[in-house]
Design a protein around this ligand. Sequence first.
Ligand code: 6PG
Length: 481
Amino acid sequence: MKADIGLIGLAVMGQNLVLNMNDHGFKVAVFNRTHSKTADFLDGAAKDTTIIGAESIDELLNSLASPKKVMLMVKAGQVVDDYIDLIAPKLAAGDIIIDGGNSLYTDTNRRTDALKQQNILFVGTGVSGGEEGARHGPSIMPGGNPAAWEAVKPIFQAISAVVDDYPCCQWVGDQGAGHYVKMIHNGIEYGDMQLICEAYQLLSEGLGLSNDEIQAVFSEWNSGQLQSYLIEITANILAFKDTDETPLLDKILDCAGQKGTGKWTAINALDLGIPLTLIAESVFARCLSAQKTERVQAAVKLPKLAVEFTGDKASMVQAIGEALYAAKIISYAQGFRLIKEAAQEYSWKLNYGEIALMWRGGCIIRSQFLNNINDAYQADPNLDNLLLSDYFAEIMQKSEAGWRKAIILGVEQSLATPVLSSALAFYDGYRSECLPANLLQAQRDYFGAHTYERTDKPRGEFFHTDWTGTGGKTASSIYNV
Ligand code: 6PG
């Protein structure tokens, strides 16, 4: 019997996806550049399965049923192109190549279009959930050539997480839409993580709570509206003891790593002119954490004001929880706003509610909260911004006082809360009928004749003033990002 799918790349994600497919009754053929890894896999985790090990690409391809489906689980970038160049000439019209790595969506756009010319169907899919998700049910976000969907759907929906009978895998859209949505997922992941870190620091350094006390706070939060995988694992991390029975967390160096997907998200937001402040700040927060040596010097040179917290701790804990929730709403509102802009910019037909539903299970940002986002889009599929939905607008108003209180705690204690604070700055700006950009436009026109619109004239009419009496009457051409 021929295999249903072939998979190239037996690193952690690849191996676990293969085992997951095997569990669901699919016959899988695998290839890894270093064959000993395939042999080890077949002798180890894949022992007593029907998984076929191939020693060459030709052997892999010959073992597949038509239309052939080959999934790449290799390092994003050039390696993906190298494999495509190797495989595509050996495939027939209608065969399918799937890239399941964290590829940049523009690469996926290019690959989908190029392979279409060769009558090969390309799918670029986000796969989230790490090792555990890949093995037992990830969130899968496929995009690319829609003609491939019917063939890959039974496999992907069988192995994905399922929440309320809804597979956390739906067709996202054309070209790189799947990888784009995975990129936004990762950006939101950065934001959620940084938010939790800031709340943790306010609780520990701001209020002086012990790790066990903070663990109890996070556990409680996880049973309410903040319920999420990241809150849950944070509670587990806080409770985890090193071999000497002291908290392991306290021994971990405060230098964050990053592989780049959060940065891609922020760059894309800048390119599309969408304020994605919370995610961008969370990327910068990681960058600042990495400047450890400089921070150590600055800590000596620029000592902090020491102000002890004297208020009511219980009410401050509640305020921090409200801040966390309100800022989280801002993050998702900004993220979905960016997705909406991308849909327009790249002519993708995206279903925002479905994206939220797909993220409810298997992935790193999974949470109950995503149901509320879906509800908001069900109520109004054309919603411009989640903050404009009645449900979220009401929560924002209820959380605002606590949110401000938590930020003031950070300000008083010299604790950096870049994400909690910038989210509030965005919120205050977003709901301002008037911003001081009138002055900014005046400045631009003053020094560069960049022109401005007037409040007493229709939009689209541009004016230039000779502010000093010595300038010319010629305005510079109008160009807006
Ligand atoms: C996921 C994760 C996964 C990976 C991150 C880590 O959805 O399963 O997002 O893709 O863990 O890319 O990213 P950083 O190394 O940049 O934190």
